[in-house]
Design a binder for this molecule. Structure first.
Ligand code: DGJ
Length: 726
């Protein structure tokens, strides 16, 4: 998978369908020659630039008129030494000097993939991985940088990150430390991002690249609802089903930046990592700093091919192997059913009805701990409120058990209410500076997780609850962003380390809890899908996709999310109508069909529903069990885009192509539906398939080339097709 040719100093990394080729040029810089479709073993050094013309200076170790780092594609860009595009790292020396030149020193090729401890990383357990580590040295400051590249067999995702080592005698500062950088040759690219807001996360948006920089970022201390840590780069010919594109996703849940910069010579520099705004990391002699991993994807099968490459990679290499392909519980969650207003009787009434319709797990959301009857108090006091829950948690858990159900519980470990026992005893544990005042959001403050003793205290509280009760599922929420990025415990020259230290505290807690309770399924959440990223997926196999459960908005949210993440990662619930977020009313069928495209569940008061509604839900749950394997393991094909057409439609195909499941939604009813067709994808062209709902049996080729006629439906009506090889 990784080859090195000592004669040409050329590295060739080969994945399932990509080649990544770079070499050490005559001046000692690591230079990319090709990232794209697979090529043979030719000597690609013929692609290096030879004719330099620009207004760019020459660095002191080259001094050949016209040769400038500004024009050389870089694998990790330096600052202040003739490359005027954005640097990948900015290193500050004791005298304040910040210029650097990263030159090749040595390299190693090893089997396996690096293990970065609690910092989420691609898993090597399944074998089939090789890692190239190229050691560079800054000719000015002496800082060493190791660029790691891991190639996985049968995968189109290449994993990269950078590791810094201060081998000098003095202190050095990192003012920027991105994870990766590559420069693509001039071409016509569009940039795809998944932007949004609370209750409307990951809306795909594509714009052409032009000279200058497009920067996708979050400065919120979390990967955020507003901008997902994913960037797509699409060549002009790229469509959903064909053409070339690249993806860059960060395995990181904190503040990040991803940039695409078109240079004076029209080349495109793509790079990213920890958000550099406010970042400053101090490295004493002998210290190391490891940057988060970036997952780079290449596809020559369109955007759909890229999504499938990411989905396979997350399931095989990121999500815990204990859960990646494990059937997920079908839950009922009491949040929208009761909000904070519940007692044991109300909860048990939901459990009773859940058991009757085939639900596996009851999840008790917010409001069970401390004094918590509204959002103004209680966070940080993780002990059961027995005033509210007479008989304690066991009064609900034992009821679940009697009914053959499991029990799940909500926590928000990173937060503290001013009105809490924890704040009264530790007012200095909140993030920020008392004299500056605190910004509040949902009446809460953030706990300073950059401090290990605070992480330890929360670990103790949460693990005490998980040890004391029979709990199979935890929903881990996070309901505000970080404003005052300051820790009372850090010295002045380390305040720039706060946000990364904070997220490392979150990862440390998640690492300890998931190790201590290996049978508990953790679901991630952040005011819905505000932290839907690869870093979270490493610990939490599924994530609450959005607080918006409306049957129309959800198809857009889930469609956008599916561009970069597997369906199995999306937690999707049916809630009541009119919908609590949008006030829209859509049929129960629509809500159930849309929620079947992920880890499904219900989020409403089952005890208040009519018998016919409960019967319909019972049938939905039965039908979901039939497709749940496909949702966990299958290949996704997006057949119709709800952003640019009147129809949402996706198809999930079994890896062996023996069956498929289609879900579609007609957004607004249309009198000429019967004239419209949808063509299937991913089937075995020569095999016969039955489309159960249409009562037809046809060749895969026919279904893929001639297609099927769309049903005529009312506004927001959905259809499903179960397709099986005969
Ligand atoms: C925000 C989450 O997204 C909701 O599902 C719910 O858990 C509330 N928090 C509880 O406060």
């Amino acid at each position: 998978m990784i080859a090195f040719d000592a004669k040409t100093n050329l590295f060739h990394l080969r994945g399932a369908s990509y080649s990544y080729v770079m070499f050490v040029n005559e001046w000692g810089y690591l230079q990319c020659l090709h990232y794209g479709g697979r090529v043979g073993g030719d000597n690609l050094t013929y692609l290096k630039q030879i004719d330099f013309k620009s207004f760019s200076p020459t660095p002191p170790d080259i001094l050949i008129e016209g040769v400038s780092l500004d024009l050389i594609p870089s694998e990790y860009a330096s600052f202040g030494q003739s490359d005027f595009r954005a640097p990948s790292a900015v290193i500050e020396q004791a005298d304040g000097a910040r210029m650097s030149r990263f030159r090749y020193c040595s390299h190693e090729i090893e089997e396996g993939a690096p293990d970065w401890g609690a910092l989420p990383h691609a898993r090597a357990e399944k074998g089939g991985a090789q890692t190239l580590s190229v050691r560079l040295k800054d000719a000015v400051s002496g800082m060493e940088i190791v660029l790691h590249y891991t190639v996985f067999e049968h995968s189109d995702v290449l994993v990269r990150n950078a590791e810094f080592y201060n081998g000098t005698n003095g202190k050095l500062y990192l003012n920027k430390a991105f994870s990766f950088c590559f420069d693509l040759p001039a071409d016509d690219y569009s940039l795809l991002r998944l932007a949004g807001r609370h209750q409307l996360e990951r809306m795909p948006e594509c714009t052409p690249l032009a000279h200058g920089t497009i920067r996708l970022s979050s400065e919120r201390g979390a990967s955020s609802h507003q901008m997902n840590p994913f960037m797509g780069l699409l060549k002009k010919d790229c469509t959903e089903h064909g053409g070339e594109c690249y993806g860059a996703a960060l395995c990181y849940s904190g503040s990040f930046a991803l940039t695409a910069e078109v240079s004076q010579s029209d080349t495109v520099r793509v790079q990213g990592g920890i958000c550099e705004e406010g970042f400053r990391w101090s490295l004493s002699a002998g210290e190391r700093f490891v940057t988060p991993q970036a997952f780079l994807a290449y596809s020559d099968r369109g955007l759909g091919g890229m999504s499938r490459a990411y989905a396979d990679f997350y399931r095989e290499r990121v999500i815990s192997p204990a859960f990646a392909y494990k059937r997920r519980p079908i839950v009922v969650n009491n949040w929208e059913a009761t909000y904070f207003d519940f007692d044991v009787e109300k909860l048990n009434a939901i459990v009773d009805e859940g058991a009757k319709i085939g639900i596996d797990t009851f999840v008790l959301d917010d409001g069970w701990f401390g004094i918590r009857n509204d959002p103004t108090s209680g966070l940080g006091d993780w002990s059961v409120n027995e005033e509210k829950l007479k008989g304690g948690l066991n009064a609900v858990i034992s009821h679940c058990k009697e009914k053959g159900m499991q029990f799940g519980l909500w926590f928000e470990p990173e937060m503290i209410s001013k009105n809490s026992e924890l704040f009264r005893s530790h007012p200095d544990w909140a993030v920020g500076k008392v004299s500056a005042g605190y910004c509040e959001s949902r009446h809460q403050l953030v706990l300073d997780f950059s401090r290990p003793e605070i992480v330890e205290a929360i670990y103790k509280q949460v693990s005490d609850i998980l040890s004391a009760y029979d709990i199979s599922y935890v929903k881990w929420d996070m309901n505000r962003h970080i404003t005052e990025q300051f820790s009372a415990a850090l010295p002045a020259d380390r305040q720039g380390e706060f946000t990364h230290r904070f997220i490392m505290g979150v990862y440390t807690l998640a690492d300890r809890l998931t190790r201590a309770f290996p049978n508990v399924l953790f679901e991630g959440c952040s005011g819905g899908g505000g932290r839907f990223d690869a870093g979270m997926l490493y610990y939490f196999p599924q994530i609450w996709t959005s607080d918006n459960t409306d049957g129309y908005d959800r198809v857009k949210i889930q469609y956008g999310t599916s561009i970069a993440y597997p369906l199995s990662a999306m937690s999707c619930h049916v809630s009541v109508c009119p919908n609590h977020q949008t006030k829209r009313t859509v049929s129960l069928k629509t809500r159930g069909d849309v929620a079947s495209l992920g880890a499904t569940g219900y989020e409403l008061d089952l005890s208040k529903l009519r018998a016919e509604e409960k019967e319909e839900m019972r049938l939905q749950i039965k039908a979901y069990r039939r497709v749940s394997r496909l949702i966990l393991e299958g290949d996704l094909y997006r057949l119709s885009d709800p952003f640019h057409s009147n129809y949402f439609c996706v198809q999930i195909v079994a890896k062996d192509r023996s069956e498929a499941y289609v879900v579609g939604e007609e957004i607004l009813t249309n009198s000429d539906d019967n004239l419209r067709r949808i063509r299937l994808q991913g089937l075995d062209g020569a095999a016969d398939y039955t489309v159960e709902e249409l009562g037809i049996t046809l060749k895969g080729d026919t279904l893929m080339r001639a297609g099927c006629i769309l049903p005529h439906l009312s506004d927001f009506g959905t259809w499903v097709w179960h397709i099986r090889k005969v």
